[in-house]
Write a protein that binds this ligand. Sequence first.
Ligand code: NAG
Ligand code: NAG
Ligand code: NAG
Ligand code: NAG
Ligand code: NAG
Ligand code: NAG
Ligand code: NAG
Ligand code: NAG
Ligand code: NAG
Ligand code: NAG
Ligand code: NAG
Ligand code: NAG
Length: 794
Amino acid sequence: MDSSLHLLFISVFFLLRIHPGSSQNGTISEPDYRSLLSLKREFVDLRGVLKGWNDTSPEEACKTWIGIKCADGRVVFIRLPWKGLGGGISERIGELKHLRILSLHDNALQGPLPQSLGRLPNLRGVFLFNNRLSGSVPSSIGNSPALQVLDLSNNRLDGFIPHSIASNSTRLYRLNLSYNDFSGLIPIDLCHSPSLVFIALQHNNISGQIPDEFGAKKVNASYKLQSLALDHNILSGKFPSSLSELVTLRDINLSHNRIAGGLPDELGSLSALSSLDLSNNEMSGPIPEAVGMLTNLSVLNLSSNRFAGGIPGSVRNIGGLTSLDFSGNSLTGEIPKSLANLSNLVSLDLSYNNLSGAVPSALVQRFNSSSFVGNKQLCGYSNMNTCSTETNPRNESQPSSSSSSSSSSPHDHQKSLAKDIIFTAAALILLFLLLICCVLLCCLFRKRVRNKSMKMKHQQQQQPIRRRRSEGEPGYETGGKLVHFDGPFVFTADDLLSATAEILGKSAYGTTYKAVLEDNNEVIVKRLREKLAKPNKEFENEVSHLGRIRHPNLLSLRAYYLGPKGEKLLVYDHISNGSLASFLHGKGPENAIPWTVRLNIAIGIARGLSHLHIEQNTLHGNLNSSSILLDERNSPKIADFGLSRLMSTSSTTGDAVATAGTVGYRAPELSKPKNSASAATTKTDVFSLGVIMLELLTGKSPGEEEANNGVDLPLWVASVKEEEWSGEVFDAGLKSEADLGDHRFHNTLKLAMTCVDPSPAARPEAGEVARKLHQTWHGGDGDEEEDEEKPKPL
Ligand SMILES: *[C@@H]1O[C@H](CO)[C@@H](O)[C@H](O)[C@H]1NC(C)=O
Ligand SMILES: *[C@@H]1O[C@H](CO)[C@@H](O)[C@H](O)[C@H]1NC(C)=O
Ligand SMILES: *[C@@H]1O[C@H](CO)[C@@H](O)[C@H](O)[C@H]1NC(C)=O
Ligand SMILES: *[C@@H]1O[C@H](CO)[C@@H](O)[C@H](O)[C@H]1NC(C)=O
Ligand SMILES: *[C@@H]1O[C@H](CO)[C@@H](O)[C@H](O)[C@H]1NC(C)=O
Ligand SMILES: *[C@@H]1O[C@H](CO)[C@@H](O)[C@H](O)[C@H]1NC(C)=O
Ligand SMILES: *[C@@H]1O[C@H](CO)[C@@H](O)[C@H](O)[C@H]1NC(C)=O
Ligand SMILES: *[C@@H]1O[C@H](CO)[C@@H](O)[C@H](O)[C@H]1NC(C)=O
Ligand SMILES: *[C@@H]1O[C@H](CO)[C@@H](O)[C@H](O)[C@H]1NC(C)=O
Ligand SMILES: *[C@@H]1O[C@H](CO)[C@@H](O)[C@H](O)[C@H]1NC(C)=O
Ligand SMILES: *[C@@H]1O[C@H](CO)[C@@H](O)[C@H](O)[C@H]1NC(C)=O
Ligand SMILES: *[C@@H]1O[C@H](CO)[C@@H](O)[C@H](O)[C@H]1NC(C)=O
């Protein structure tokens, strides 16, 4: 599939818009042309990226100018990220009345944001992050009614955030003003936006209270906010209880502010909340039992506040909690034993409180002393502070003299030795040494902290931007619809449509592209052949099933897009190492692939397939080595599964191929005359799995044409006498391993041959293949790894 990688860079937008028959006016309009030339004049283009933008050729502008996309002679995209551009952005950008996307992120642009940006009626996406823009944000920017994404993060912008920023942009989805020098208050209008999903204002100098207006009940519309990042500002006041009415919230980060007061009980209604970070504030009072109602929480950080009282026992109800940090408060009482029931907890920090009693032994086994230090009356978490039992009270009051380095009260120590001058002197010297150590450490630490914070802005410039997940969020696109399943980042329909795309391959079902989104995240986009796909409603039913399938060996479907003209796009994770086909057949003989790598690939595929068959009741239908992708550790991910479910069953002539698998991998019963019910089954998938195993063992490609080094693999292997297997059959890269007469290679080959048995009934199920492979090579029954996949014995 991807063996012939076309080096063709286009935008997904154009894949959709340019239909045969729709006329395209190539010549740029006069005002747009003048505007682009003014933009160029104000940029400082040291690398000469914009050399081609010259005034000799208006008719070329839309066709060849780098970074420009037009529609009907009007500029719709300017995309010039990572181009080393300096200088400023010309005011005359305001003449590009049809501009939809302005993307100049990761350059060295200076000066103010053009006022005229707010006069662009079609503007949807503004990506100017990672530059050196300064001055304030023009208040007119909120006037662009189509605006969906405004990302000005990591610049040197200052002044107030304009109140109108969200009031006229009823489609604003993501607002990112983080890492600037904004001051003043959080604009109340932000709280009224019916469309905002992400608000990122962290690392500024924003003061005042968090507006109480955030509560959804006070505003009427459907509030969609999922992520609220306000950390590293100077916000004060209380934690507004109205915030808890935003039941869609997933992430709240208020760390490093000056928020005081208690945590309201109402918090418990944030049932979707998955991370809550209130660390480094001035909050006080008890931690309410209501935190136990946050059952979807995975990160809870209340460290460095003034919370008092006990650790609420209800915390045990948060089964998915992975990280819990209550350190640096004034919590008292014992550590509830039930904390040990949090089986997913990987990080626990209760240090520096006033907790007392014995640490539950189940916790001591899982967490080391750094989770508990700094609680004077807490014991039993390390050898040095065993709990004083009734028989041995001295143990606590008089720690052995050798432990003075960890003792937190050197005064007692000194007193008890006062009689003996020598010992006193020794203790004093020790103390003195300790002090010097402390001072040295302090200096070192502060230096490091300073270095770190200086690096912070710098790093921000290089790191790929990760976006938070979103689920079931329809995007706002002209007539189109984008639906996300869970995933590592979220994008709008416009992000997707304006992505740069590169064709990876074509198949019976459609064309596959690699698309690079505005923030440099990569996804795989599959455009289905419209004529073959099911009608929208049925399609959505089926695709939402596929979107829920998650397994380490199955490629995750992250989103789908339905275009206004019936276009259907599927968006998948991008996997770095390409397909198994190119991995196996695209290398020279000098790059022999070791058997362990091949074996892991085979086991992974069998497991993925088994999960698909048994847990998901879904067939693959077209398994071949091009539809197996490898990640950076060469762990396989099966792609393209279940696509036949998205296709209409009334496939007309010629499309039969689409449902019957790829030549070379197709089970014999599928090639029989059409009279019989020759439909795909789990056994036809297993046949394809068998062929892939043969491919891994022999290194040969089961191609369509004999001329192309392709062979009918099952037939070919069967034709070689079993006694001659080692010499003839195995891949040259494996011969040295297989030649040793290792019977396990023979057993594996036999297993593959049963998978390609002409009789479907003789073929094993995929789960059995996985288990046998594991047994043969890793011993045991391999059950521990397969438990989850094999609920029922076969
Ligand atoms: C093409 O665009 C130019 C400039 O905007 C305009 O003058 C011309 O009429 C357009 N032609 C068509 C066929 O739309
Ligand atoms: C103008 O740009 C075109 C490419 O767009 C290039 O071929 C041509 O040489 C340039 N002309 C001048 C005068 O730089
Ligand atoms: C906002 O921008 C910062 C810095 O560029 C980035 O780290 C963060 O992920 C962005 N957040 C959102 C929600 O876009
Ligand atoms: C919103 O748009 C309307 C019409 O363009 C304008 O009159 C109004 O002043 C705008 N509101 C803000 C707060 O800019
Ligand atoms: C932040 O704001 C405070 C007052 O609100 C001001 O004193 C301080 O200088 C500001 N800091 C920066 C870095 O702008
Ligand atoms: C929101 O309130 C406005 C008037 O304040 C009203 O016109 C609109 O219908 C309300 N929307 C909903 C969803 O209740
Ligand atoms: C909150 O923000 C701080 C600083 O930006 C970051 O270190 C921390 O990981 C964030 N918390 C969560 C839960 O994401
Ligand atoms: C719980 O949080 C996860 C993200 O961590 C999210 O995918 C899921 O939808 C949330 N569950 C609910 C019920 O909101
Ligand atoms: C909690 O927040 C503090 C301060 O922001 C941070 O140092 C600490 O690492 C966080 N805890 C966890 C477990 O992330
Ligand atoms: C902790 O889990 C065990 C079994 O998993 C259960 O018996 C016990 O009641 C639980 N304790 C609490 C406090 O929930
Ligand atoms: C916690 O301990 C500190 C010093 O160890 C003490 O000053 C403080 O009063 C204690 N707080 C409570 C609530 O016991
Ligand atoms: C405790 O374990 C953490 C990692 O889980 C490690 O970073 C830390 O250094 C350990 N502390 C001690 C005192 O062993």
